[in-house]
Design a binder for this molecule. Sequence first.
Ligand code: ADP
Ligand code: MG
Length: 245
Amino acid sequence: MSVHTKLYEGKAKIIYPTDDPQIFLAVFKDDATAFNAQKRGSIRGKGEINCSISSKLFKELEAHGVKTHFIDSPAPNQMRIEAVKILPLEVVVRNIAAGSLCQQTGLPLGTVLKQPLVEFYYKNDQLGDPLLTRDRLLLMELATVEQVNKITHLALQINEFLKDFFQQCDITLVDFKLEFGLNSQQQLLLADEISPDTCRLWDISAENDPNRRVLDKDRFRRDLGNVEDAYQEVLRRVIKAVERE
Ligand code: ADP
Ligand code: MG
């Protein structure tokens, strides 16, 4: 494969074109950012860990009928992906109240939601990724009604699978963020990544300790320490769960 100049560098990944216009190469970085990139750092090994976790989860989701951009992983920190046009939406699914949901509603941290909550945020760093209403999203033509309905359905389906999968890892899936895109045939695909950067994951064996239970980017956001260890632990358990299947 010939060398290409990068197409786009985000906070967590660099996207390269390949000789095939339908295929991109995502190279996962160790860089970590939080609070809309106001906090910056690095998590040793994160690129490889997140790429490995994401690859395994995408493969599992494909096996359960969810169309994703994942093709294969030529190196531990690299993923070949189907090129899509990303819808500028961050689709968040929540099972337990945490983060901005607590801040904006007053719901206490850890409140178990009676049913999963699907939320749409505008993927726009300048505006700070604001929460959207359905009407605002449609007004701004960020997606069509059909796409919103399909994404909502997929997000809930993905949640059911991931909740169950992480349960087998002795991990509670608190919430997570998804991105979707359209490929050259206008098919809607699950894209981006699913990793401890984009999920809140609580260790069931420490569920009553609000610091010890955290196995995700909140360790970095809240300076809880042992960030690499937590990410590595998630990967270890994901590998075990996949092997058990
Ligand atoms: P960000 O800083 O926006 O979080 P990332 O570093 O996580 O960016 O990822 C880099 C970019 O790659 C993001 O804009 C993301 O939406 C985009 N992306 C993810 N998957 C695909 C894909 N299959 N095709 C095209 N772009 C993608
Ligand atoms: Mg990202």
